[in-house]
Design a protein around this ligand. Sequence first.
Ligand SMILES: Cc1cc2nc3c(=O)[nH]c(=O)nc-3n(C[C@H](O)[C@H](O)[C@H](O)COP(=O)(O)OP(=O)(O)OC[C@H]3O[C@@H](n4cnc5c(N)ncnc54)[C@H](O)[C@@H]3O)c2cc1C
Length: 525
Amino acid sequence: MGPEPERRIETVMTRRRFLGALALGGTALGGVALGGAALGGCSDPPDFVRKAGRRIERTLDPLDPTTAEGRGPEPAAFKPPAPSLAAPTHPDTLPLECDVCVVGGGAAGFAAAVVAARMGAHTILVEESFMLGGNTTRGLVNLDRVTYGGDVSLVAGLFREVLLDLEERGEAVYPSAATQFSVPYDADGLRRTLLEKALKAGVDIRLGAEMFQAAAEERRIAALWALEQGRLLEIRAQLFVDCTGDGHLGHLAGNGYWLGDRTHGQIQGTTLIFYAAPVDFDRLVAYAEEEGSQNTVHQVIGLRSFMKQAIKDGLIGGTPQRGLLINRTTKPGVVSISGSESYIDHLSPGAAARIATELQEQDFQIHAALKERVPGFEASGIVRLAERPYLREGRRLIGYKQLTAEEILQAVKPADSVARGWYPIDLHVAYTGGPVHLGQLRSGDWYGIPYACLVARDVDNLLMAGRCISVTHEALGSTRISQVSFALGQAAGVAAALALREEMRPADLEAELVRSEVQKQGGLV
Ligand SMILES: Cc1cc2nc3c(=O)[nH]c(=O)nc-3n(C[C@H](O)[C@H](O)[C@H](O)COP(=O)(O)OP(=O)(O)OC[C@H]3O[C@@H](n4cnc5c(N)ncnc54)[C@H](O)[C@@H]3O)c2cc1C
């Protein structure tokens, strides 16, 4: 055995952290089975609140997902909290401490980390890939429906700041009435901007670090572990934010979750976007118009007859979408194409390779058919496949409220709304035979997303943002998009920083405090 490597602790001792350290009571985590018993119902305030001697003024009511009154029921999809897990140990372990640890550096995680850091919290961001942005960069996703309805813009907060930076560099077309739904942008430019902003905010960014374990006791996450270049990072924080999209952290820490629709237990399908070039967009638009597609300045939505015929002729196999979404990027002649679809559950063991194979095959087939049959594509090739498929739906962590499709379609604006959504309910599911729209809001209208949907029900020091918040399967068809994920991340970052300042658990924080801070930062609530 070699010598024991030096264990370095990077920490800043604040009064908060001091109180937090008292709360953890120097817990020895090594080898201890922790977590487990999380569960349901309302508990006593956490130690750090008790020790600070603060009176809890307001506590969110817990949500019981197994009763009709508990905004459900979703019995087929409900998963109970996970069993307890043992903490890993290894001599090559780097212990880190911070105020806020955000896991997942997609749109939501980027925003949560930047905002928490800007508000003074020592923040660590753990991201498994080598870039920030998640679907918006790794997935080459379109920034679709950024403005909704005429010239009503719902671009705000940190997302707006990011778009303005991109526009200044010529890497995005800022949305306006003229651009309607689509915002052409350069995914690599976005990647650079997000990293620059997070570094400037002082976030301790851990790229290439995959979180794989969390230990919770007495309804609190005590630590989580990530693998960074073969080394264990053991991260302790006052507060954690799950922005993994799939609710990995909440799941490992023992928070309950829902998965899939109530009847079939199915989650939404997965798509792999690709870029093709050179494409003569004007000729493509002319053809698409004749075909009856809905086009906007930078986007072709449809080509349904083309797809129907290509599938019938055996040019495209598998379970692709019925139509295509083709968006201009900011690079001349380069378009992004979304049309493949796989209904293999990406959370099932060994699914990734099967999904990748199926989607890649469809993408190559779709492109070959376009090249053969659609004007504008004759000289084109595939110039880029997205690094990762777009995982539309994973675990939806149970919070203190569950947002429903009815509330979305009725454009409900709750008093504790901390972010706005407006996208139609766009469900990509096999049980309807493919993508369906369950409805959309009136032009220019919006719905509010309650703060209680961001607060984990079973783990007191956990917030969530992005795709894994507490919503129904159908509601996720609307809340899952990029702009909303940025806004939810911003709200979660604000809530984390305020909970630390107020020395409260997030469940006891007045939503009004979060709302007014988000507004102060230019966000819409
Ligand atoms: C085909 C397609 C169409 C879409 N259409 C639109 C659209 O038109 N308009 C729109 O606005 N949005 C659209 N979206 C959706 C949107 O891009 C995403 O849903 C949104 O960005 C989700 O953000 P997120 O931060 O919650 O999750 P993600 O982007 O999934 O980010 C999660 C991050 O967590 C990281 N992570 C996960 N697990 C771990 C772990 N254990 N350890 C460390 N890191 C981890 C991942 O690497 C990833 O970076 C579309 C996406 C696709 C691909």
